[in-house]
Ligand binder design. Structure first.
Ligand code: GUN
Ligand code: ZN
Length: 431
């Protein structure tokens, strides 16, 4: 049995903070520790108590004064878009057609996919992201490359072969039948193997025929435990085109509902321009609205309405959406999410943002019993964050007195340089 005691300043969330001063929503121990045994957290709390509960001869690693937290979770990211980030376009549809659909075609090549799987996880881990829900490309082999590398590294990853059978280059389309067959093959090969989770992944309504959305709905019924990921109401031209393609639908959300794709397992990327009816339908289904702030700003898509989303009782998540997004960092993502809410006169407390990026995103994925917290029984995917990572941060930290101030500094000024250590299932990740 391997046991390891991480000493540090420990932060772990119990529930969504209702307000800035909702101290009951989290555990914070300034002199804290996390005990790891066999890849799982077996105790977490005050150092003296956790030390007493530790086996004799336990390895102690002192990370003070760093902040020990559950690893970040990125619930919407595109594995084949590392070389799409920073592509100059007027809007979503121009960006997709000019750059994204060109780049994704390269993932037909197994060597290319294998090379990028390594680079992708290197980059996620460098940024302290220990779990992601990723879109692969339309090619089955891209999902194989993704999961093979995740398995090699013992990562808990969610991924899906993208289903898309129209309105895209020939080389990037499947059919309703082959999308169904290939997704089933990916599920059979990878779901539940190691720590892998496969997601049913119809890209969005524009690139799927009604027959393909029907096939995706069939997969969802056949595999009710699987996540479903897609895009919803990101851009006005996208919405108008979708309603032309699906005239029988009441609105964009209804397109997915009509095909059995609006469920408690559904992750709806963007979800920006929604009517009250759509928000009510999403809330009733228990689906998740995934805010992608850096992407929404970069592509000029719109300002996510977090206040209304919460008022309607819609479940939420926050994500990078690389390569529409401009940073792999969940700290940068939290910062941009905060600024978008500032523009909407909605004040977003840093404690809520840190909850969202950890436990909140784990709840969105239905995985909060395994990741997203430091609670005993959780997988030991842990990061150590440094609020003094740069000269400018060090100077600012001289005046910081509270946890809230430190978290706000981390999200406002921090990036990958603040991620000092990463543990996956209790093992330290080395660059
Ligand atoms: N809508 C459909 N595909 C995509 C994509 O790859 N990125 C973003 N941001 N939106 C999409
Ligand atoms: Zn996306």
């Amino acid at each position: 049995m391997t046991a390891r005691l991480l000493r540090g300043r420990v932060l772990s969330f119990r529930s969504r903070p209702g307000a800035r001063d909702d101290h009951g929503s989290y555990l914070f121990e300034d002199n804290g520790a996390v005990l790891i045994e066999n890849g799982k957290i077996s105790a977490c709390g005050a150092y003296d108590e956790v030390r007493l509960a530790s086996p004799l001869g336990v390895e102690v690693i002192d990370h003070r004064p760093l902040l020990l937290m559950a690893g970040f979770i990125d619930p919407h990211i595109h594995f084949p878009q590392m070389q799409v980030t920073a592509s100059y376009a007027a809007n979503l549809l121009e960006w997709l057609g000019t750059y994204t659909f060109v780049e994704e075609q390269k993932f037909a090549d197994a060597d290319h996919a294998a090379r990028f799987a390594k680079l992708f996880f290197d980059e996620l881990l460098r940024h302290g992201t220990t779990t992601a829900a990723a879109y692969c490309s339309v090619h089955r082999g891209s999902a194989d490359a993704f999961f093979a590398e995740a398995t090699r590294r013992n990562l808990l990853m969610v991924g899906g072969k993208v289903m898309m059978d129209r309105n895209a280059p020939e080389a990037l389309t499947d059919t309703a039948q082959s999308g169904y067959d290939d997704t089933r093959a990916v599920i059979k090969a990878w779901h539940g193997k190691g720590r892998n989770h496969v997601a049913i992944t119809p890209r969005f309504a524009i690139t799927s025929s009604p027959a393909q959305l029907e096939a995706a709905g069939t997969l969802a019924r056949e595999h009710p435990d699987l996540l479903i990921q897609t895009h919803l109401s990101e851009n006005n031209a996208e919405i108008a085109y979708t309603l032309e393609l699906y005239p029988e639908a009441r609105d964009y959300t209804d397109v997915y509902a009509l095909h059995g794709l609006l469920t408690r397992k559904t992750l709806l990327g963007h979800a920006i321009h929604l009517s009250d009816r759509e928000m009510a339908a999403i809330a009733e289904a228990g689906a998740v609205a995934v805010h992608c702030p850096t992407s929404n700003l970069f592509l000029g898509s719109g300002l996510f309405d977090l206040r209304r989303i919460k008022e309607h009782g819609v479940r939420t998540a926050v994500a990078t959406d690389i390569g529409g997004g401009s940073s792999y960092s969940m700290l940068r993502t939290m910062d941009e999410a905060y600024k978008i809410q500032q523009l909407r006169s909605h004040r977003l407390p840093p404690i809520e943002s840190f909850w969202q990026a950890t436990r909140g995103n784990a709840e969105a994925l239905g995985l909060a019993d395994r990741i997203g917290t430091l609670e005993p029984g959780s997988d030991a995917d842990i990061i150590a964050l440094d609020a003094r990572a740069t000269p400018a941060m060090r100077i600012r930290m001289e005046t910081v007195k509270t946890l809230e101030e430190e978290l706000f500094l981390l999200q406002t000024m921090g990036d990958d340089r603040s991620v000092r250590h990463v543990y996956i299932a209790g093992e330290i990740v080395t660059a």
